[in-house]
Design a protein around this ligand. Structure first.
Ligand code: C2O
Length: 590
């Protein structure tokens, strides 16, 4: 039997094996490993299933794919814990620029490798007496001509730097491309180094913006300069900020969706529900924000799955990365250009200056999330997280090594966010959707409904061509308030996605018939959204996990005492062979 068959046929057993729930988030199961486009030597087929040594013969191959890792863990009799597991794991190390490869060949080949240098400095914090820079909401500074001019000038100067200067505008956009499109292989392994769809998403992008901002500040010789943030979570900020749509500005980019220009309001949940008024859409956006930020009360739900040295790429995106982050990318890019450039596909996304305002807001949500109530709203403490490190060129064009632990506190990096009103912290009501309150089924009716069971998902992978329904057993029911505060009941969907196309599906629980509500509906528990990486990732798949919290939904539906949950998966974009559901389970954890 080929190894791939063995791997996938053993897959479902993960879900029936009783292991410490932490081990799933720590080492999410992966059935296959696909080499990144750049080292596939032009082949379109996945060329390898295990992590083999690469050409750097002096380095031992430490590869341990996630299947191996899991076997190691299970071999330990399920005793996986901080020390036992860590013996096999290690933090992600920075890329080796000398082995960087052409990352994409969309149209003319795009080479996104940075200039190389032997000199690497360790990061040093700015002095604690240096200026504290404030990132402001773009829509609130759009009339501040002095600021907009300054920002415009800084970006123009960046565009005028020689092509070979690592601070040059295109070089800076390429930093993102290289870290997301398979240009780098993890040092000592054959697996790709990837900064999306894992716990590296937030800290890597924080560092990226940090250096980008320092470069702009240096170019205009203004220590106080800070990037603006696209405040898409506030009613006034839900359109592309004006400073980016002025065609004469360096902040303008022509590859955007012409039908999404101001005053068009973004649909953050991309819910395909039609809204009869702007107000309805805005409320739906607040509901999306509530679900993605407030309801995701544990680190793994918010930040994403663990990703250590030797792990295969994209073990699982956190809530905000999925939605609204990926949705905003897709919505902004030009649907008439290949794969929605620039913002709609990862390799080109940072060529659009609005990328940095978008990520300013993503970064801001990290700071807000930590201030919300809940004992688990903390950064990870795992050293595989804290010691993970990256390389960036700084404002002096010197290469700097940074680590995740130094990114956790923005005030140490001497920046912060303007405080603006936040209207999504409270639980949304369902009255803004098409269904009026009186038509909503009662809790009892919903509980009854959930008793009309669909079959279990079973062990065979299924392509998501149409709606999938499955009854999923709960490990524990009627948990106490304290138990629920300590740990979340989490629905885990194991899936395989295409890396070359935009895909999205929504997940509901206990819905009778096909009346699916919008983001405010209690039955709606979340979405999986995946952006394409580049056109050469054609036919490449990624195995990943979607994890969604159930505590609040079960309370709202009066279903806490049920033995099982009926899960309904509704495809929205990229059907059929683009999405394969491999398993569904419920676990209790953080
Ligand atoms: Cu690195 Cu918004 O993507």
């Amino acid at each position: 039997m080929p190894l791939s068959t063995i791997i996938s046929s053993t897959y479902p057993s993960v879900f029936s094996t009783k292991i410490n729930p932490l081990s799933l988030s720590k080492n999410p199961p992966q059935s296959t490993t696909y080499l990144p486009s750049c080292i596939r030597s032009g082949r379109d087929e996945p060329s390898n299933k295990v992590n083999k040594p690469i050409t750097k013969s002096s380095k031992p191959d430490k590869s341990l794919n996630n299947l191996d890792r899991r076997d190691v863990l299970l071999g330990l009799g399920g005793l996986y814990g901080a020390t036992l597991g860590r013996a096999e794991a290690a933090p992600i190390t920075p890329p080796d620029f000398t082995t960087c490869k052409t990352a994409t060949d969309d149209g003319p080949p795009t080479y996104c490798c940075p200039p190389n240098t032997d000199k690497i400095k360790q990061f040093v914090f700015p002095s604690s007496s240096s200026t504290m820079r404030q990132r402001k909401a773009a829509h609130l500074v759009t009339k501040d001509m002095e600021y907009v001019e300054k920002y415009n000038k800084a970006v123009s100067l960046m565009k005028q730097l020689p092509d070979s200067d690592p601070r040059n505008f295109t070089q800076q956009a390429n930093v993102h491309c290289a870290y997301c499109d398979g240009a780098y292989t993890q040092d000592g392994y054959t697996v790709e180094l990837q900064v999306h769809a894992s716990w590296l998403f937030f800290p890597w992008h924080r560092w990226y913006l940090y250096f980008y901002e320092r470069i702009l500040a240096k170019l205009i010789d203004d220590e106080t300069f800070a990037l603006p943030f696209w405040n898409w979570d506030s009613a006034q900020g839900m359109t592309i900020p004006h400073m980016f749509v002025d065609k004469t500005s360096a902040l303008y980019n022509s590859l955007r969706d012409a039908s999404h220009q101001p005053p068009t309001i973004i649909d953050l949940g991309s819910s395909t529900t039609s809204y009869s008024t702007d107000q309805e859409l805005i409320h739906s956006n607040y509901a999306t924000m509530y679900k993605q930020v407030v309801q995701k009360a544990t680190p793994s739900l918010f930040f994403g799955a663990a990703y250590s040295a030797g792990s295969t790429a994209e073990p699982g995106a956190g809530s905000v990365e999925n939605v609204p982050h990926n949705i905003v990318h897709k919505w902004t890019g030009d649907p008439n250009s290949p794969n929605g450039q620039d913002m709609g596909i990862l390799y080109s996304a940072a060529r659009d200056p609005v990328f940095f305002a978008h990520h300013g807001n993503v970064d801001r949500l990290w700071t807000i999330w930590k201030t919300l109530p809940g004992k688990n709203r903390k950064d990870f403490t795992d050293t595989d997280y804290l010691d993970a490190s990256f390389l960036f060129y700084d404002e002096n064009a010197e290469l700097v090594q940074v680590k995740v632990s130094d990114a956790l506190d923005p005030s140490k990096l001497r920046y912060g966010y303007q405080e603006v009103e936040i209207l999504w912290k409270t639980k949304p009501t369902t009255t803004t959707t098409a269904t009026t309150t009186s038509m909503l089924p009662t809790k009892k009716a919903l509980a009854e409904t959930s008793k009309k069971k669909a079959g279990e998902f079973g062990s065979n992978p299924r392509q998501l061509g149409s709606i999938i329904r499955a009854t999923v057993k709960r490990p524990k029911k009627s948990r106490s308030k304290v138990e629920k505060e300590n740990e979340e009941e989490i629905l885990v969907v194991n899936l395989e996605l295409s890396r070359d196309e935009f895909v999205k599906f929504d997940v509901y629980i206990n819905v009778e018939g096909e009346k699916f509500g919008g983001p405010a509906s209690s039955n709606f528990i979340g979405s999986s959204v995946h952006l394409p990486h580049s056109n050469v990732m054609k036919n490449m798949k990624v195995n990943t996990l979607l994890r969604l919290p159930l505590n609040e939904a079960l309370e709202d539906l009066g279903a806490e005492g049920d033995d099982d949950v009926e899960v309904i998966i509704v495809p929205k974009a990229g059907k059929g062979e683009k999405i394969t559901i491999k398993g569904i389970k419920i676990e209790i954890g953080v």
